[in-house]
Design a protein around this ligand. Structure first.
Ligand code: PHE
Length: 331
């Protein structure tokens, strides 16, 4: 064996490389010459049979050849790559008339939209928005609202308790008490938020939303309460509805009422929408409001109920499933 074949191999590789005009061909050449079973490794295997005097020289020549071929491959690779880029720049024209890719634009959740509309209506009437905590003290959720420990309506609330005192509020009425403690009349507030009750079926979810409203002033009466709520509902539904104002009972209002609604085209189906009433004098006394000078009324509206009726939704659970097909309808 002599040095010649190694030199010849480099020359052969060089001409192969120069003729190749794509990356795949180049890779095939690399494997043919430098691969595990490539030509150069064949030579290395043959070194064992080589006479001692030329072995070191031959070994060195093979290593040099490997390096040379490797360098040639890299150089060719760079040339081919920049050719590719030039080609795509020439051939890939950009059609600026194509419509762009639109990203999906989201929308407000229907409950959020309802809250926004309610806010606008009541702000116009001079109500300001206040917030109350979702983790409530049993005092604000029950006791201060005239619902004592042994009052049967406490059981009706199906409360999530944290311990003896703290709970997830079962309604937004606690903010009435907080407002009357922190403000002096005239008071005109609304409050939106999540409330929680252990219940789950087509008409109940363990979390839902309420809006609380409260007025305390020197000249409010039951007919004014009815007027505000009727105005709100007729305004909200924008279609033909019939309202029913019927007596009810809440420990914190006296007298108490509930309002039911029916869509004119669906005669026969009354839907309970809200509870309301004149703030119980006991409660006003308790928060040091002079009942000789002031009276108050309060109302609590179920926000899901309102939204379901507006869009003819018959299962409350769809609001909280994050189903895009459902939500997309409100775009
Ligand atoms: N908090 C009552 C409920 O959740 C509704 C209500 C609010 C009733 C204010 C009267 C006055 O059912």
């Amino acid at each position: 064996m002599s040095l010649d074949p190694v030199k010849k191999l480099v020359i052969l590789a060089k001409s192969n490389i120069m003729q190749s005009n794509n990356m795949d061909a180049l890779e095939a050449i690399r494997i043919k010459f430098l691969g595990k079973k490539g030509y150069l490794n064949q030579h290395i295997k043959n070194l064992n049979d080589t006479s001692l005097d030329i072995k070191p020289k031959l070994g060195a020549a093979i290593n040099q050849a490997k390096e040379d071929i490797y360098t040639l491959l890299i150089e060719r690779k760079n040339i081919l790559q920049s050719k590719n880029i030039k080609n795509t720049l020439i051939t890939d024209t950009l059609d600026v008339t194509l419509p762009g890719r639109l990203s999906d634009i989201g929308t407000h959740h229907p409950i959020t939209s309802t809250i926004k509309r309610m806010k606008i209506f009541f702000n116009t009437l001079g109500f300001s928005v206040i917030h109350g905590p979702e983790i409530e003290d049993d005092y604000f959720n029950f006791d201060a609202l005239n619902i004592s420990k042994y009052h049967p309506s406490r059981d009706e609330h199906d409360t999530f308790w944290f311990d003896e005192k703290r709970l997830l509020r079962t309604h937004t009425s606690g903010v009435q008490i907080r407002a009357m403690i922190n403000k002096t009349p005239p008071i005109r507030i609304i409050s939106f938020g999540r409330v929680y009750r252990k219940d789950y079926d087509q008409h109940h979810t363990p979390m839902f939303h309420q809006m609380e409203g409260l007025i305390v002033d020197s000249n409010v009466n039951f007919s004014y309460l009815k007027k505000i709520l009727y105005d709100f509902l007729y305004n909200f539904f924008e279609t033909d509805i019939i309202l029913r104002f019927r007596p009810s009972y809440f420990p914190f209002t006296e007298p108490s009422a509930e309002i039911d609604v029916m869509k004119k085209q669906e005669t026969g189906n009354w839907l309970e929408l809200l509870g309301c009433g004149m703030v119980h004098p006991k409660i006003l006394h308790h928060v040091d409001i002079d009942t000789e000078k002031f009276s108050g009324f309060a109302f609590g509206i179920g926000i899901e109920r309102l939204t379901m009726l507006q869009y003819n939704i018959d299962d409350i659970r769809v609001f909280f499933k994050n189903d895009l097909q459902f939500l997309d309808q409100f775009k």
